[in-house]
Every structure is written in structure tokens, then in C-alpha cells.
Design a protein around this ligand. Structure first.
Ligand code: ADP
Length: 301
């Protein structure tokens, strides 16, 4: 295969590993800086260039689109899809997963376990939102946040209200969730490739932090998940339409609840914790599925 990887930083662990795995399996792979790709938006003959050079002959594309450039990155990916290049994850599926509220609505529609979550635009409804999730303590999240930034614990009714009002004052969208205290500052990352669990790890927050993100100083270890956790993760990736996904869940008193589904999950933490060569599994999946050329949505939004 001739593979294009859309990524801004060629030196990231995940990107280096995917390149290595592709080459080891005998493929050609080019890293294209997503922001350096330009698109020829012409009917019938869609094309794209990278640093001015026409992009031709690619069989498959691995999108590793950072949250800060989602919109442009997805436009570039759609262009590849229109050019008939098979995407590891489709633009429509990535678009769904990047919108926390939309994702939650989709999970709820499919009956998947979620923390009780509320959302409102009008600051006057702060009391109602708090009541909906059962009162403090609550977790307040910026809809556009990643890596634990913009995730705040409102321990008392008063502090929760202050945080909600401050966020609203800054005119940003938030959601409010019941605090899953029993998760004990730990979450579980389940790595899915092609509808199957390939590895899972438990991440635990740094001392005194309820957020378990590794970027916030958390630590990770390999873990055995329950059948219910497995099926929740598999279904979450499936309803998003993602072939490759990192599904984050918390162990709550009412079973596994989904935090989020990541469409460009990092490989470093999970490969180190599990000892599994996930990059190889991803490329292997591409070899099998690219051949069929099947996409779920054909890039149609
Ligand atoms: P991000 O997308 O920024 O990583 P998350 O929604 O995944 O944001 O939250 C970051 C971390 O905060 C989670 O991994 C989890 O450890 C903790 N957390 C988030 N929501 C809750 C909640 N409702 N109850 C308990 N802990 C939570």
C-alpha cells in the first residue's frame, strides 16, 4: 500500500510507531503536514497538493488530526475520501467524536452507560442544570476541552454555581455531569481496532487530582476488563463509526459509563502499559480492510 498520514508533528511517538509498523510490513508511508495540504475543489476531479506537490497514487490515509485543527483537518480528509483514498477513520465519524455533546446524544440513543449529564445555554438555568444531575458534587466540562483541560470539579453547590457562571461569562459551551466518586480518580482506556479490543489500561490521577489524564501527571497500568466494559467500548466505537478508537470509561456504581471516545488515540501510554504492538495491529487491519475499499459513510455528512 501507499499510505498517507495526516499529522502535523512527524516526531510524535504515535506517528513514528505507525511509520515503523507500515514500513516493517512492506508499505510506503508519507507524513503530510495537514496544514500544508491544499485542495483543488473541482467537480469530478478532486485533487490535493502538499507543499505545492500534487498528491497521487495513495491507497489509504491515516488521519491524526489534532483537536485544534479539526475543521481544516476534516476538510482535507474529506478531500482524500472524494479522491477515492480509503480512510482508517472516516471524516464523518471523527466529526461526531470531536463534539462531546453530539457524542453523548448518540451514546444515549443507543442505550450505552453514561454519567448523568445536563447541558443548557442560558445562565439563568444554572440551578436547574445542577438539579438535573442530582446536585453537587458535579463535574463541569468545557465542550471544546482536551487532555483534561477545562474539566473542573464543583464540590459544593456554591462552587459549582460559581464555576458554571464563570464559564458562561466567558461565552464557552459546557456540560455538567454527576461526579463518579467511586471511580477513585481512575479511568479505563480501551483501545479498539476494527471492532475488537486490542489492549486496555487503567489510568490513575496524580495525587490530589480527580482527573486521570496522563498529560496531567497520571500513571497507567495494564488491566483486565469485564465483559460488560468490553461490550460497552466496542459498541461506543461502532456507533461513532470509528475503526480505531480509544474509549474512556469510568467504573461507576451503575456499571461502566463512557467519558469519551477518542478518534486519534495516542499509542505511547497504551503500548508501554500493555506491551502490545498496537501500531502493527492498526496497519494489519488496514491491509485487510483497505482491500475491500468499504467505507461506512462514503464521506457524506
Ligand atoms: P478530556 O477530554 O479533556 O480528557 P474527560 O471528560 O475525559 O476530558 O475528563 C478528564 C478526566 O477527568 C477523566 O479521564 C476522568 O478521570 C475525570 N472525570 C471526567 N468526568 C468525570 C466524572 N463525571 N466523574 C468523575 N471523574 C471524571
Amino acid at each position: 500500500m501507499k499510505i498517507a498520514m495526516l499529522a502535523r508533528n512527524a516526531n510524535l511517538y504515535s506517528h513514528k510507531r505507525l511509520c515503523e509498523a507500515a514500513k516493517e510490513r512492506g508499505h510506503e508511508i508519507d507524513i503530510l503536514n495537514t496544514l500544508r495540504v491544499t485542495m483543488d475543489i473541482v467537480s469530478h476531479r478532486p485533487g490535493a497538493r502538499h507543499n505545492g506537490e500534487k498528491l497521487v497514487g495513495y491507497d489509504a490515509v491515516i488521519p491524526r488530526i489534532g483537536a485544534s485543527i479539526t475543521q481544516y483537518g476534516l476538510a482535507v480528509l474529506r478531500q482524500f475520501e472524494m479522491m477515492g483514498v480509503w480512510p482508517l477513520n472516516e471524516s464523518v465519524a471523527i466529526g461526531r467524536s470531536r463534539d462531546k455533546l453530539r457524542s453523548m446524544q448518540i451514546f444515549a440513543k443507543h442505550g450505552l452507560g453514561l454519567p448523568v449529564t445536563a447541558f443548557a445555554h442560558d445562565p439563568k438555568q444554572t440551578d436547574e442544570v445542577l438539579k438535573m444531575v442530582g446536585g453537587a458534587p458535579v463535574v463541569i466540562k468545557l465542550l471544546e476541552g482536551t487532555q483534561g483541560i477545562g474539566v473542573v470539579l464543583g464540590e459544593t453547590e456554591q462552587s459549582a454555581k460559581s464555576v458554571i457562571e464563570a464559564f458562561r461569562g466567558a461565552n464557552v459551551n459546557i456540560l455538567v455531569q454527576e461526579f463518579i466518586k467511586e471511580a477513585g480518580s481512575s479511568d479505563i482506556r480501551i483501545f479498539i481496532v476494527g471492532g475488537k479490543v486490542v489492549a486496555s489500561m487503567m489510568r490513575t490521577g496524580a495525587e490530589g487530582d480527580f482527573r486521570s489524564n496522563l498529560h496531567r501527571g497520571g500513571s497507567a497500568r495494564s488491566i483486565k476488563i469485564t465483559p460488560e466494559e468490553r461490550s460497552t467500548a466496542v459498541r461506543a466505537a461502532k456507533v461513532m463509526g470509528l475503526n480505531v478508537a480509544g474509549v474512556d470509561i469510568l467504573r461507576s456504581n451503575h456499571g461502566p459509563v463512557i467519558m469519551e471516545v477518542n478518534s486519534s488515540p495516542g499509542l505511547e501510554g497504551i503500548e508501554n502499559a500493555s506491551g502490545i504492538d498496537i501500531a502493527d495491529k492498526i496497519i494489519e487491519f488496514m491491509e485487510v480492510h483497505k482491500a475491500s475499499g468499504k467505507t461506512k459513510t462514503k464521506g457524506q455528512g
